[in-house]
Write a protein that binds this ligand. Structure first.
Ligand code: ZN
Length: 175
């Protein structure tokens, strides 16, 4: 099912999400997340963005694959109860956006490489190293599960400049 995406200003985006258990219909959550991200042509979507306060997100870089200037490889998956075990000290700055904060793109500084653990749809546990764009999207989506948004991580001056735009999104008047 394609689900409406929750916008900046909604309290659910600020909650700490709870762990997925065997009682959860994580197959349905996954289907809803993938259907919604594809409709929106996004590259990452976390459960709180579809009103679900659970620790699950999906990534699908397909919309960026084939863009000449980016040379992005396809990276697609569902990440259940994800944990960032370690972050490399080397940081990089990259422009980010978010389906819950339409029309705003800002430079965010994050670790270039991270070491993560998560479960897949069969609840099999994986531990792996991610770098570059994969690490970038993972960190952005993982933040959503903590109630953190990328605009919280930009410098205070830029944030002040965005106040008007953010307030308009909050009031439901996008742009
Ligand atoms: Zn986001």
């Amino acid at each position: 099912m394609v689900v409406p995406i929750i916008l900046f200003g909604s309290p659910i985006l600020r909650k700490n999400s709870i762990e997925i258990t065997e009682e959860d219909d994580y197959q349905k959550y996954t289907d809803d997340l993938f259907n919604t991200i594809r409709k929106a042509e996004g590259i990452g979507l976390a459960a709180p963005q579809i009103s679900l306060s659970k620790r699950i997100f999906v990534i699908d870089t397909t919309p960026l694959v084939g863009i000449d200037t980016m040379s992005v490889e396809k990276f697609e998956g569902v990440f259940i109860n994800p944990v960032i075990l370690d972050r490399e000290r080397e940081k990089v700055s990259m422009s980010e956006g978010c389906l819950s904060i339409p029309g705003i793109y800002e430079e965010v500084i994050r670790s270039q490489k991270i070491y993560v653990r998560y479960m897949d749809l069969q609840l099999k546990v994986h531990e792996e190293e991610l770098d570059g764009l994969k690490a970038r999207i993972f960190q952005h989506e993982y933040d959503h599960l903590q109630g953190i948004l990328f605009v919280d991580r930009i410098n205070i001056l830029r944030r002040k400049l965005l106040t008007g735009k953010l307030n308009r999104i909050k009031k439901g008047k996008i742009i």
